[in-house]
Each structure stands twice: as C-alpha cells, then as structure tokens.
Design a protein around this ligand. Structure first.
Ligand SMILES: Nc1ncnc2c1ncn2[C@@H]1O[C@H](COP(=O)(O)OP(=O)(O)OP(=O)(O)O)[C@@H](O)[C@H]1O
Length: 214
C-alpha cells in the first residue's frame, strides 16, 4: 500500500526503504521527538519530503490531488481540531470537505454512542471536555470512511477504561470495513492488543543518529 523510497525530511528523519501492506494495523513507537508525528504527516502529504518519495498504491503522493489524498488517507492529530458550531457541524465538516454524502441524524447518533458520547447533536462543541473532543474527532474520521487512518496518540486524553472501550470500537469498525490503521501510541497495552506490527522510529531519527556517530 505504502512504499517508501529514500525518504528524508529536513534533518529529522531518513527512511531508506519501507513497505506497509494494505489492511494492516500498525503501531508506531519511539522516544519523544523521534519523528513519529512527522512520519504521519509525510504519509498524508501534509508536508513534502526533502528527498525521496512515498508511493501510495504505486502513485507518488506528490503527484496526487490533495483532495483525493484526504479522502483516502486521513490523519487524526494529537490535539483534535474543532470548528465553531455544534457536534453535528463538526461531524459533517470532514464529509463536506471531501465532498461525501451526509448520513441521517440517526446514523450520527449511533456513531456518537459508539464513542460513548451521550450528547445532543445540537450541543455546542465549546462545552466538551478534551477527552470528549478527542472522541468526537475519532468519530468524525470514521464517518469519512478513509482507506487509511493515521492516528496520533488517539487515546492520550482518555482514562484507561474509556481508551480501551473506544479503541475496541474503532478496531471493530476498521476491521469490518477493511481499513488500515497506523497509530502512534505510548499505550503498550493497546499496541499489544491491536497492532499486528510495530514501526520503531528511533533508528530513523537523523540528528540523534549523527550524535551517536560522533
Ligand atoms: N516542520 C518542522 N521543522 C523543523 N523541525 C521540526 C518540524 N516538525 C517537527 N520538528 C522537530 O522534529 C522532531 C520530531 O518531531 P515529532 O513531533 O515528529 O516527534 P514525535 O516522535 O511525534 O514526538 P512526541 O512523542 O513528543 O509527540 C522534533 O525534534 C521536532 O522539534
């Protein structure tokens, strides 16, 4: 699915070669500052490589139309982005952007309850806690039904019980829809339970490598 060739971003990371197969569930680990978020941003072409390329199903991300990339490869950042307005506005905004059809309110309510959000669709997002916003951002991303979901510490604002229940719902959905997931997580339990493979960013971190060589 992803094929990485001599990928370099500034003096931060260098990945000589890597293949990530379709329908994989992979955890991305590494110390703070090792380039985990940078790697996810490269995979969805939010940033452009300094050198080398990322191919998605044999097509260079650089050559692909940005809207088509967003439809297929979706990143949920560490701090969820919320837009002024209601929960419903925030669920639909991604679909608007990628020009997808809007589901019925009942479907939206279903997805809220899957994320343990017992809220009205008309409620203002300003009233939500950090953890609730994180869950709403995850719900929004699943509604967009991408081929690949890139999750940057998806449960960082959640307590252990909620994190476990949310990840179990996300993974059930992802497997049913045959989506792929690459997730940065510090939660070893979640990584062990759900990931089929792990990418350690440590060896790809450039500056630290250089320090080691000195
Ligand atoms: N656009 C940029 N330009 C220059 N340096 C950057 C840029 N983005 C990130 N960095 C630096 O690159 C390094 C890797 O950052 P990144 O956020 O990818 O790490 P991370 O592994 O996700 O860290 P954490 O676990 O702390 O979230 C950091 O030292 C950061 O300061």
């Amino acid at each position: 699915m992803f094929e990485i060739r001599d990928l370099r971003y500034k003096d931060i990371i260098h990945i000589p070669s890597m293949n990530i197969p379709s329908k994989s569930i992979i955890s991305i680990v590494g110390p703070s500052g090792s380039g985990k978020s940078t790697f996810l941003r490269l995979l969805t072409h939010l940033i452009t490589p300094t050198k080398g390329k990322v191919l998605y199903h044999n097509e260079d991300l650089k050559e692909m139309d940005p809207i088509s990339i967003r439809k297929k490869i979706l990143m949920v950042p560490q701090s969820p982005v919320m837009f002024d307005g209601t929960i419903k506005d925030n669920l639909l905004i991604g679909l608007k952007f990628t020009e997808q059809e809007f589901p019925e309110d009942n479907r939206l309510k279903e997805i809220l309850s899957m994320f343990r959000l017992n809220k009205e669709l008309a409620e203002d997002v300003d009233h939500l806690s950090g953890g609730e916003k994180q869950r709403l951002a995850l719900a929004r991303s699943l509604l967009m039904y991408p081929e690949v979901l890139l999750l940057d510490e998806p449960t960082s604002a959640l307590d252990d019980d909620t994190a476990e229940s949310i990840m179990s719902s996300v993974m059930e959905y992802v497997k049913q829809k045959e989506m792929s997931v690459l997730m940065v997580t510090h939660d070893e339990e979640i990584a062990e339970k759900y990931a089929e493979d792990t990418i350690d960013m440590g060896p790809y971190r450039l500056t630290e490598k250089r320090d080691e060589d000195e």
